[in-house]
Design a binder for this molecule. Sequence first.
Ligand SMILES: C[S@@+](CC[C@H](N)C(=O)[O-])C[C@H]1O[C@@H](n2cnc3c(N)ncnc32)[C@H](O)[C@@H]1O
Length: 362
Amino acid sequence: MTAQPGQLDATRVEEMMGRLFGNLGGAVTSALSWLGDRLGLYRAMQGAGPMTSEELAARTHLSERWVREWLHGQTAAGFLDYDGTSRFTLSDEAAAVLADEDSPTFGAGGLHHLPNLMGEVLLRLPEAFRTGLGLTYDDMGEEAAVGVERLLAPWFRHALVPVALPALDGVVDKLESGALVADMGCGAGIAMLKMAEAFPKSEFRGYDISRFALERAAENLKESGAKNATFCDASVDPMPEDGRFDLITTFDCIHDMAHPSDVIRVIRRAIKPDGTWFIADIHCGANLQENLDSGNPMLPMLYGFSVLCCMSSSLSTPEGEGLGTVGFGEAKARQMTAEAGFSRFQAHDFDNPLNAYYEVRV
Ligand SMILES: C[S@@+](CC[C@H](N)C(=O)[O-])C[C@H]1O[C@@H](n2cnc3c(N)ncnc32)[C@H](O)[C@@H]1O
């Protein structure tokens, strides 16, 4: 039976109300931020100095009253600076996160897919909770692949080739002289194309099962002009399991796969005896308590994305293993790679709060 109001600890009730409405505030603020990204409001304010709502509306060809309310909301949320009368500024620091897609700290890509996730995807989840069956990436709509691309691309553009690859034992030497590389779960292909552009003597193959991701990858390939890269639909043209690859990469995808143990076994058979498997996956502990003890401020967001997207994908076929966003931390990665026959495992820290990195070898 529910406790009567007089029996409750009023301070704790107040804290709970604060928590609920604070999170609701975060959700609707993110909706306004999505509008800022989609309508080019952040980009219009980047480097422009203090602006009135009339100036911003004129610059973006939008209705002033709507722009003014957006400015007020974004100021209240701490994204904009306000001069106390009528002018609003997007600081250079805010622009580096919200406006400048070329910045290593660009984060607004994480908002891209929010309307789909919080709209049609969310509305299908009560059924998923009943049946146990989740949605594939393609079930989540065309924008899912673009959202993932925009979220993860900054690290690939700025750190993968100059920072991460040189830290892997002997990998850059092989790539410079000509290696065969596979990127499993390649998504829109940005990571692979960055490597293909940097190492023209090597050959790169991306594998994914998402039609929308492969379509984006084809567009990105055309734009890049790389001649040493191809993308394959792994469900019809699977990775050959004959020990031919010098380097295999998996970026933030093992935890999304319905049958990661099978894919890891494929990777084990596909890699050369002296090859390297480079894994990026979510920085997390082995269980909920370890995650709570870590104090990771992103934890609620990670569990949220897990239910809305990653765990859903990993349960999208019957008997899916259901790892989810925080299901492939270091302990699990060590266990699953060892079970597949890999014997060497080295963790790397490339200063990315979201991801951990593992260099795995036979
Ligand atoms: C979070 S995205 C990461 C994409 C890309 N690696 C990146 O970093 O941008 C996860 C990807 O894994 C793909 N995926 C899921 N299961 C797969 C499987 N069994 N084989 C290949 N790709 C798979 C999804 O389609 C999706 O594109």
